[in-house]
Design a protein. Structure first.
Ligand SMILES: Nc1ncnc2c1ncn2[C@@H]1O[C@H](COP(=O)(O)OP(=O)(O)OP(=O)(O)O)[C@@H](O)[C@H]1O
Length: 302
């Protein structure tokens, strides 16, 4: 498309092995300004490796890695990137204010400390030593350090692990603000509702291969699984055995069924129980789509 601006960062045909372990096997991924891209995948799928390559912490065995049109990792590129990684290596004796000042000094146009406190929810923590903070408070400080340089490209590797609900929602709204200002964000997460809530694009990795990329809607549309819910006295155990039913569970007076395809199952439900009521059918959520894409038994149907 002629109007699409070039991506801020890109992996093209990238391969990376650790000894005998293939971590990435021919991956393409583009990160665009003003977009959150969620990189999803089970443990060991290769997400952190992709982040490490884009940050210049690792080098690819084959393929191309570019950030702002250059090789990653140079000082000029780093000054436009922020990262919140799984292992932070932050000096524990320093106070939060000292950490922020130290990291801000490395950027040409840093955010004010007041802004960082507001965006990351650090009220009352500035004079505390990092090592004395709770796990969730430390994650918030790590987020502040990632965004304090006003990065054009922000890497968030499982940023909300260990955060309480309020802190998680605070981080989500901060990410939305940064993206509205034009930053590109690469988010890795195991929380699919987080990917659904935040991301413009989703990329699904499985054992180093890219299984699917697209908007949340496109990924959901890749699977024909449907969720059926109805009030019925039919036994869930029997319905679970019907062709096309992947799961049937009772929830009070309702039956909740995952089916693929849905239509024959709905027909059979209506025939089997004339008293059936409150029938609802909805498309699978991102979590269902993710499982269908990454579970080998279901891949054919995806
Ligand atoms: N330093 C390393 N040495 C050897 N193998 C490694 C190393 N780092 C990662 N791996 C292997 O490479 C593969 C991809 O790992 P990676 O950390 O990128 O996955 P991930 O998707 O980030 O996983 P998680 O969700 O658990 O963080 C895994 O099989 C992992 O065991």
């Amino acid at each position: 498309m002629a109007d699409t601006p070039p991506p801020l960062a890109r992996l093209e045909g990238v391969r990376k092995r650790y000894g005998d372990t293939p971590a990435l096997d021919g991956i393409d991924l583009s990160l665009h300004a003003g977009q959150v891209t969620a990189l999803l995948g089970a443990n060991g799928a290769g997400k952190s490796t992709a982040v490490g390559l884009l940050l210049g912490l690792l080098s690819a065995d084959a393929g191309d890695v570019s950030v702002f049109g250059q090789a990653p990792g140079s000082a000029a590129v780093r000054r436009q990137c922020g990262a919140m990684l799984q292992s932070a290596g932050i000096p524990e004796r320093l106070r939060v204010r000292e950490l922020l000042e130290l990291v801000r000094a490395g950027y040409p146009r840093p955010r004010s400390i007041v802004d960082c406190v507001a965006l990351a929810g650090l009220d009352g923590l500035l004079e505390r030593r990092y090592g004395r903070l709770s796990g969730g408070q430390q994650r918030r400080v790590q987020f502040a350090l990632a965004i304090c340089g006003r990065p054009r490209l922000l890497f968030l590797d499982e940023p909300t692990t260990g955060l309480d609900i309020e802190a998680r929602q605070g981080l989500w709204s901060a990410v939305r603000e940064l993206v509205a200002d034009g930053s590109a964000v690469l988010l890795t997460t195991h929380y699919l509702e987080e990917a659904e809530a935040l991301s413009d694009r989703v990329a699904v990795l499985d054992a180093g291969r890219m299984l699917a990329q697209g908007s949340v809607g496109e990924i959901r549309a890749r699977v024909s699984l449907r969720r059926i819910r109805c009030v019925s006295s039919l036994p869930a155990g029997a319905v679970a055995q019907w062709p096309g039913v992947r799961e049937a569970v009772r929830e009070g007076d309702a039956l909740s069924i995952a089916a693929e395809p849905a239509e024959p199952v709905v027909r059979r439900l209506l025939e089997a129980d004339p008293a059936l009521r409150d029938l609802e059918i909805r498309r699978a959520g991102l979590a269902d789509a993710f499982l269908a894409l990454t579970r080998p038994a279901l891949q054919e149907a995806a």
